[in-house]
Design a protein around this ligand. Sequence first.
Ligand SMILES: Cc1cc2nc3c(=O)[nH]c(=O)nc-3n(C[C@H](O)[C@H](O)[C@H](O)COP(=O)(O)OP(=O)(O)OC[C@H]3O[C@@H](n4cnc5c(N)ncnc54)[C@H](O)[C@@H]3O)c2cc1C
Length: 346
Amino acid sequence: MVAPVRDHESQHDAIDDLPLVTRSARVTDVTRMDRDRRAEATAAVARWLEDRGVADEYGPVEGADDCRRLSARLGRDGRPALARRVATLAERFERSGPMLAAVRFRTEADVDFLAGQYVGVRYRGTSRAYSLASSPTEEELEICVRRVPDGRLSPRLCTDLAVGDELTIRGPYGELVLQDPSPRDAVFLATGTGVAPFKSMIDYLFETGLDEHAGTRRDVWLFLGAAWEDDLPYREAFRELHRTRENFHFVPCLTREPVLSEWDGETDYVQHALLKHTDRTAVTAGLGEHCERWLREPPRSGVDARIDPANAEVYACGINAMVHDLVRTAERLGIPESRIESEGFG
Ligand SMILES: Cc1cc2nc3c(=O)[nH]c(=O)nc-3n(C[C@H](O)[C@H](O)[C@H](O)COP(=O)(O)OP(=O)(O)OC[C@H]3O[C@@H](n4cnc5c(N)ncnc54)[C@H](O)[C@@H]3O)c2cc1C
């Protein structure tokens, strides 16, 4: 039996019916979170060609079209592995505008919300749902927005929005919230901006001492998946927490990053990284060969701690299809539905 993933796609239309918090929230900061890595991509291709002594033959690469042409030629010339790497970089060349932005704003009246909830944000006539990434203890509110190419609102929030602009905020809303305090380990599983509600929850947990229960310290895990390193929202904040809190384990899972840098951390999907960090001696259910292979696989994160499914509660958030996979994996590990909270972004 698969736990239902709360699908909020239909909530878009309902956003304008949510309670009005404030007509005028004022933007106080907009920070681009990803980087322009076109120069890095150009240098990487030049290096690969030079290393193979074929730089003169294949010439310089200056954009996505060059990348695609070069990839096709390399494929025809019997260099399929290099052709694939070059093709992957085409996407990086195409990214110019901000793809990921953190937006802070101040509302007229205080907003009472629970860590993990979302609000309706209206800007220039369009409303969408965004999870609050700030902790309820903070004075200002923050959301983090991933640009959906050709989307109606997210490109404008990433590119046009400026300090001093006004937003209309409705809500707060949503049931993806922390479970009652317990000694269980908290395992957060997210892809991309699905981490926004968890940023709020994790900050809140540590600020208020909820990472301890009746004298027992709980482990708090964050598995965060993305293609590239700079697609990880709040990566520096999570790394800092990982450095300073013994019981916080941050496991970024980057599927494409090794193409562009010396990344030697996890490159697998989040659900596979979860299995790699599970104490396999504590898994009683038969998982099937596919999952058991991942249980046997040694992690590359450098984290020595392991997850005991009998003592864990799980939170999953991101694009619907990915959240389904995450929830299914948690259930196969024997974690009951009552200890799994999830939300899909559509
Ligand atoms: C409860 C909830 C919380 C959310 N929290 C966040 C958040 O914290 N940060 C965030 O960036 N987004 C979040 N979203 C998604 C957000 O509400 C918008 O759907 C998203 O910003 C796209 O809006 P748009 O107007 O730019 O695109 P639209 O014009 O609405 O959509 C264009 C197309 O893109 C598809 N699409 C929609 N969202 C995505 C996506 N995320 N990835 C790929 N394709 C998509 C749509 O199905 C549609 O076909 C959340 C959604 C829900 C329901």
